[in-house]
Design a protein around this ligand. Structure first.
Ligand SMILES: Nc1ncnc2c1ncn2[C@@H]1O[C@H](COP(=O)(O)OP(=O)(O)OP(=O)(O)O)[C@@H](O)[C@H]1O
Length: 377
């Protein structure tokens, strides 16, 4: 995949701007606060329907404007030139057009423009809490597996309603017997999510182990033999062990769930462990090793997307070069410089790998006055 053009209207700090891109390495360079991250965020938003850094979509709309608009045009090696357009209205939410056709569901974006986004927060993936690692799996599954985003959405709806009911039962406003109604969909959707996450992790593990080996061999010391293990949390605090193996099995925990007002079973409590030479890297690896593993997971993600979708994702590296020491920085650039497209941000150009011909785009971008086609109105 090669993104050719990004058009912004009222997105974050941009009133209007057009970014023209080429294949290969592109650096968006400029001082802090100039809008480098905003550009990668816009690409992420158009490709996935979400921002990588906020869950509140309206943050993306330029202050004082009623709506934001992003258009990304890219070349797909099979389908040719494609276009995604996202409009985001303060009151009416998001609207999507793909190749000029209005789409009702964001899930229609699945697999269209695969991206991998790597930012300083991604480097903390190993030492961060379980939510970050669940998010890593869910984001990847959302791009790879048709229907996964919808499945997650359905599960979250069931979970929210079940939690609401638990609190009503606790307050004496609902009968405890109603709970069983939610156990079946909770269990069914929850198991489906776990199964997909597990399968993904099984496929990712050898790629991540190989990448970790390369990161180590590339001079970014600290990697050993890497294993990934999905951890399904059980309500009694155990991991695995099958305390709950059917929807009926949830009944044993109803009393405690009512007392605590929250659901104690399910993939919203899961995690995955990274074992480095048999030791849990979440707890035992040095910070340098943890960052090397996060890098390995990202490189594995790029390969997995290629393997599953048959196309290389666009790699977005937001401000990570300054976070890495010289050896890791060199390794990362060498590892990714042959991808069809890598877009980086930094305040200063790095030392580029030999033989590459990166393009540096200085920011701020010049304003661009092209009239928009009549959408979103
Ligand atoms: N909704 C918004 N409306 C207007 N301006 C915004 C909005 N959201 C963010 N900004 C502005 O965007 C700028 C930040 O842009 P961005 O995060 O892309 O900078 P950056 O070049 O990546 O900086 P750094 O190098 O420090 O990471 C800030 O000046 C901020 O005030």
């Amino acid at each position: 995949m090669v993104i050719r053009r990004v058009v912004l209207r009222q997105f974050r700090s941009y009133e209007q701007a057009t970014l023209e891109l080429d294949s290969g390495l592109t650096l968006l360079a400029g001082p802090n606060g100039i809008g480098k991250t905003n550009l990668l965020e816009a690409i992420h938003f158009a490709a996935t329907g979400r921002s990588p850094r906020t869950t509140r979509d309206t943050d993306l709309i330029r202050h004082g404007a009623p709506l934001a608009y992003v258009r990304v045009e890219w070349d797909d090696p099979v389908a040719g030139r494609r276009v995604v357009e996202m409009a985001l209205h303060r009151q009416h939410g998001k609207a999507l057009r793909l190749d000029g056709r209005k789409r009702q569901r964001l899930a229609d974006l699945q697999g269209a423009l695969p991206i991998v986004y790597f930012a300083p927060e991604s480097l903390a993936l190993v030492k961060a809490g379980p939510a970050a690692r669940r998010g890593f799996l869910d984001d990847l599954l959302g791009q790879l597996v048709p229907g996964y985003t919808q499945l997650l959405h359905d599960y979250q709806r069931v979970l929210a309603q079940r939690n609401q009911l638990l609190r009503e039962i606790r307050a004496g406003r609902a009968a405890g017997s109603l709970l069983a109604i939610w156990d079946e969909p909770l269990y069914r959707h929850g198991q489906a999510i776990r199964q997909r996450r597990r399968r993904l992790l099984d496929e990712l593990a050898p790629l991540a182990a190989a990448a970790a080996g390369r990161v180590a061999a590339g001079g970014a010391a600290g990697a050993g033999v890497l294993e990934l293990d999905y951890l399904a949390a059980e309500p009694d605090g155990r991991v695995e062990g099958g305390a709950v193996s059917s929807p009926e099995g949830l009944a044993a925990f109803h009393r405690e769930e009512v007392a605590r007002g929250t659901t104690l079973w399910g993939p919203q409590r899961d995690d995955f462990a990274l074992f480095l030479d048999g030791q849990d890297a979440r707890a035992f690896a040095s910070q340098g090793q943890q960052r090397a593993l996060a890098l390995a997971l990202t490189l594995a993600q790029v390969e997995l997307i290629h393997r599953r979708l048959g196309r290389w994702p666009v790699l977005l590296l937001d401000d990570v070069l300054s976070e890495l020491d010289g050896k890791r920085r060199r390794y990362l650039l060498e590892a990714v410089c042959d991808l069809p497209q890598v877009i980086l941000t930094a305040t200063e150009p790095p030392e580029w790998p030999e033989g590459t011909r990166p393009r540096v785009i200085p920011l701020p971008l010049g304003p661009e006055g092209e009239a928009e086609p009549g959408w979103p109105g």
